[in-house]
Ligand binder design. Sequence first.
Ligand SMILES: C[S@@+](CC[C@H](N)C(=O)[O-])C[C@H]1O[C@@H](n2cnc3c(N)ncnc32)[C@H](O)[C@@H]1O
Length: 489
Amino acid sequence: MARRYLMWFAHEHLDFRHSEMYSILSLLNLKIKFIEKPSIDKPYWIVELPSESCVKKIASRSVLLKNCIELWSRAKSETSLHENLKSAVKNISGEWIVPSTNDDASDIHICPSELIEACSRKDKSFKIDVETFCKHFTMKEKVDKIEHFSYLPLEGPVKLKNPDITLSYIEFYGVDPNNVPEQPCDLFFGRWVADGQRDLIQVHSLKKRQFIGNTSMDAQLSIIMANQAQVALGDVVLDPFVGSGSLLVAAAHFGGYVWGSDIDFMMLHARTRPTRVGQKVRHKEESIKGNMNQYGIQSRYLDVVVSDFSLPMWRDDLKFDAILTDPPYGVREPTEKIGIERDNYSLLEEHLDNHIPSKVEYGLPHIYSDLLNFAAKHLRIGRRLVCWYPLVRDEYREDHLPSHPCLELVGNSQQVLSKLTARRLLTYQKISDEIPNMPHDPNAGAHNFRDKYFAVGEISRREKKERRAEEIANSALYIKAKQEKSSNN
Ligand SMILES: C[S@@+](CC[C@H](N)C(=O)[O-])C[C@H]1O[C@@H](n2cnc3c(N)ncnc32)[C@H](O)[C@@H]1O
């Protein structure tokens, strides 16, 4: 039987909540019914879902979902909430309870007595948790609030660690810490059903990851990306700008078999200057594969290859189930491809062995045109490309986002980076197999982030100097690594 649930979300990355949840719902082929229109000002949704197992499946994926409870009562005042529960206790015969007194239009009195009855058995241990949002209460005050529920016919023993049943009482005081009301504006009571995947943020934290680079993607955003790409067990996933492989970790966690490629030999071999403050040299174990071992997902690691994305490397008929990527923005790493400005240039035979290919600018409009063309060709129909897109906030226009006739934009969430800049997480779904290789979209240039970023002076002279020093240090390391490699051979 469909039941009502309260889904409680983390109050961060608000713009991503809808996209992450809808990607998960469509991946699991589930329909959700809203009992109350969701609002970005509220960290919760009140919904109807077909069964508890559906709730658990959703929670097993979402990193923005904190937890989910089977909702027994929702009220605008404490009195109303308790009255509703008391009438359900009286009417233990199992009928839906008709709201009693004191009802606000938005009170939800849904507590069929059978829900309480199922929790009252003598052999079921239980505890009641109290959570308050935007207001702090002492332990003593929380215990007092728990005492108010003593009329519930809970016959089993109280057990604080791993009880059979956890009942949850939540008081919501709004989201403005500078304007906290005396009384809660919303109150909820119900049975805890499942936690979301917030723990993964710690487990996959970059702080504890063996190998990271300057632009490694944080754990939470990587998981959101894997969810929006709907990565599932057995999928073949590619990150063509793989860097230190953070997105591969998230994709492999959900069962994807992962490939990566990157133009930067040094990054792929974990030989760039160490990113961690105080670390002088890279450790031997640092590598993308080492990260996979760290999380026990090495069996899902296919490989990474050094390759310039502007030069097609994959067989034409090869298909991926998902492409997740964070292309270079030209700020913390250069946007370059292999090439030479001079015409009719050819390399002398004697220089072949030690040749370091020269590079030319690979502007963002070209990168995104190549990326969308690549996705249109190499994604399976119905599958997704999820990528970041940087821009200057004031100049954002949805109709200037990269586009392709074979790809439908199904998600577009903003992460603010600074007063002036932001990046958008774009999710495209492949809708057609008629693959016109689109020329570079002239509109895509409208958001030429790099030029505008530097033009608005977002980078300081000190940062420029530091970056230059890093480039010089990296080329010295590169030559050393190449020499080591050829002497090993
Ligand atoms: C923003 S970083 C990706 C970071 C990565 N998501 C991670 O977690 O470490 C962009 C990457 O694109 C790579 N890159 C730049 N130009 C490229 C090109 N033409 N072909 C392939 N990779 C390129 C850079 O070397 C860099 O590692």
